[in-house]
Design a protein around this ligand. Structure first.
Ligand code: ASP
Ligand code: MG
Length: 468
């Protein structure tokens, strides 16, 4: 029987109406697929509250986490009451949730006494949101007549001990997830699994990093050899661009994993490549869908996309960037300058988003966040001091207030002239191109423009996505 794993994010389980929508979707998808597994985030805002409790307690503040404890009780009790009729079931689930909130109080109290929150304590505290929401969602499903059971992923998602940013241990996770979930599925039960969390082999609770429930969805989907993993969120799918910039932005029907990766890298709010790696490795189709518009097919993300003549699929922009240039005639044919340049940048802890070198080799330029420019230039001046003294390098300078505009589409690989089209529309809008880079995946072209021309550049290139 086919199997669908559905991950519901924080807004999707953010209140009574949202969880009712989740239950309706579960019922409908279960009728289609036969077997479904849910992976859920904490109710929106809850993880932030938990973390605030931990961090304020660490300063010795005994008050804030008590207030938060109260607010968490209210929030969860109200939602549960809206979903499950008064009676034994509501009382039992309510007691479980309240026990988790008691645990929050106890943990924060110990943190306050100690005056510090270890990464391990942080994870024990921030994991509580998913443990509460999974219980409430499972209860909501049962209230609708769907057999369901809440499960803590700590039982079967085995991770490295990197608290706050743990990684799954693949084989153990696969074996345990299958052993725990498949029998339930055979009995027709819908497992409702906590996103975001796991445990080390010795049983300490870990988290997969903020936003980690997507990762959990992919981990569980891969472990169970799911036929599809659906990520339910509060938008219809991945858009051709930010609709605030271009009102004619549309949902992209189909993307490849690598297009998705480029989009994530260049600032679009889509799934992080790391989080989808488990499904990418298996070639499992992934779908991004809207909990609040369930009839919309969303965006399907697959390994290979058939070319449809549409070279540019999406445009994205990253702002607040600076273009750093290292230039000098003495760089020609001298090996190692690039290595030392980027070594220096790395030592400054700066993230390089784009690199380009003209073939004359008289300059190397690269883009870094503007906030890192002082450290980067300082590190370069130190790392290249000898070349500067010899005048092999004439100058190191930064052009601030630029943006990277990136056109993404796997079709660029096989479509000659796409770059020409992109530069053509920019020229038609009198936009000055400061630098260009094309990644070796050939799935994206990035262009550096003045920050003031960023929006217009996005709109101009977005025109090329028409007809998608
Ligand atoms: N609840 C966690 C967070 O807010 C994980 C998630 O929502 O994906 O980061
Ligand atoms: Mg989230």
């Amino acid at each position: 029987m086919p199997l669908l794993v559905m991950k519901f994010g924080g807004t999707s389980v953010g209140g009574t109406a949202a969880i009712q929508a989740v239950a309706a979707i579960t019922e409908a998808q279960r009728a289609i697929w036969g077997r479904v597994v849910l992976v859920v985030s904490a109710m929106s805002g809850v993880t932030d509250m938990l973390i605030r409790g931990a961090t304020t307690a660490a300063t010795g503040d005994q008050r804030t986490f008590r207030d938060l404890e109260h607010a968490l009780r209210e929030k969860h009790a109200t939602v549960l009451a809206g979903l499950v009729p008064d009676g034994d079931e509501r009382a039992a689930v309510g007691a479980q949730v309240m026990q988790l909130i008691d645990e929050f109080g106890v943990l924060c109290h110990s943190v306050a006494v100690l005056g510090e929150a270890s990464p391990r304590a942080h994870d024990a505290i921030s994991s509580l949101g998913e443990r509460m929401s999974a219980r409430i969602v499972a209860a909501a499903l049962r209230a609708r007549g769907i057999p369901a059971e809440a499960l803590d992923a700590t039982e079967f998602v085995v991770t490295t001990p990197h608290f706050g940013d743990a990684r799954p241990v693949q084989d153990l996770t696969r074996d345990r997830t299958r052993a725990r979930l498949l029998p339930l599925l055979d009995q027709g039960v819908v497992p409702v699994v906590t996103g975001f969390i796991g445990a080390t082999e010795s049983g300490a609770t870990t988290t997969l990093g903020r936003g980690g429930s997507d990762y959990s969805g992919a981990i569980v989907g891969a472990a169970l050899d799911a036929d599809e993993v659906a990520i339910y969120t509060d938008v219809d799918g991945v858009m051709t661009t930010d609709p605030r910039l271009a009102p004619d932005a549309r949902v992209i029907p189909v993307l490849s994993y690598s297009e998705m990766g480029e989009l994530a890298y260049f600032g679009a709010k889509v799934l992080h490549p790391r989080t989808i790696r488990p499904v990418v490795e298996r070639g499992t189709p992934l779908r991004i869908r809207n909990t609040f518009n369930p009839s919309h097919p969303g965006t399907l993300v697959v390994r290979d996309v058939e070319a449809n003549g549409q070279a540019v699929k999406a445009v994205t922009a990253i702002r607040a960037m600076s273009l750093v240039t290292v230039e000098g005639r003495g760089m020609i044919g001298v090996p190692g300058v690039a290595a030392r340049t980027f070594g220096a940048v790395a030592s400054a802890g700066a993230n390089v988003l784009m690199i380009s070198q003209a073939s004359s080799e008289q300059s190397i330029c690269f883009v870094v966040p503007s906030s890192t420019v002082p450290e980067v230039t300082h590190a370069l001046e130190q790392g290249l001091a000898a070349e500067l003294a010899r005048r092999d390098i004439d100058r190191i300078w930064a052009r601030e207030e630029v943006a990277i505009v990136t056109a993404v589409g796997a079709g660029m690989r096989d479509t000659p002239g796409v770059a020409a089209q992109v530069f053509g529309v920019l020229a038609a809008h009198h936009i000055n191109v400061i630098a260009i880079a094309q990644g070796s995946s050939e799935c994206a072209i990035s262009i550096v423009v003045a920050a003031s021309e960023c929006d217009e550049s996005v709109r101009a290139i977005h025109g090329l996505t028409a007809g998608l």
